[in-house]
Design a protein around this ligand. Structure first.
Ligand code: MN
Length: 188
């Protein structure tokens, strides 16, 4: 846990951060809508956060984050986005990923979030969709650990079968129809 604030207070700072990204400040009405909390309760929490130095509530202008309030809002939002992306990578439907990210964002150790973020980035930065993600999809649907999606995996599978049958098949990465008989030689 990175701050001593309650989950609720962190949610407020996250919401105010998100709204402020768009318009530079947040109205009580905006926060109320975003968090689905009645305005009188919002006013009460904003007053608390103001007293603790996380926000400044200017009656006519709205709610502004102080630097330390902004820091927490930014980190919680980043944790939310990271955890949500991770959950969606492992096939959790978006509404559930969103809901659970909002729980996990407050509880996980910084190191854990950092490694989840590394994994998400690692996958997102791959030039192609990694084949194992497709295999994982198949596994989720069928329970079968089956390498049969990409050409590469098909050939790996064929190579294994050929080895069992006593054949070495060259040029395995060539699609089956384009392979010539020369590519298939019996093991001597
Ligand atoms: Mn959240």
């Amino acid at each position: 846990m990175m701050s001593k604030l309650s989950r609720k207070a962190e949610d407020y700072l996250e919401a105010i951060f998100e709204i402020s990204q768009e318009k530079g400040y947040a109205r009580v009405r905006d926060i109320s809508q975003k968090l689905d909390i009645r305005p009188p309760s919002v006013v009460e929490m904003v007053k608390k956060l103001d007293e603790l130095g996380y926000v400044v509530h200017k009656k006519q202008e709205g709610v502004f984050l102080t630097p330390k309030g902004e820091e927490i809002g930014r980190v919680i939002k980043d944790r939310h986005d990271t955890i949500k992306a991770f959950l969606m990578l492992i096939n959790v439907p978006e509404p559930i990923a969103d809901k659970d990210a909002c729980i996990m964002e407050h509880k996980l150790d910084t190191k854990t979030v950092e490694q989840i973020k590394n994994l998400v980035k690692f996958i997102q930065l791959s030039s192609d969709r990694p084949p194992w993600l497709d295999h994982f999809d198949v596994f989720c649907r069928t329970g079968e650990h089956f390498c049969g999606i990409s050409d590469e995996c098909r050939s790996r599978r064929k190579r294994a079968e050929a080895a069992i049958n006593g054949y070495i098949i060259e040029n395995m990465d060539t699609p089956r129809g384009q392979r010539s008989a020369r590519d298939v030689t019996p093991v001597s």
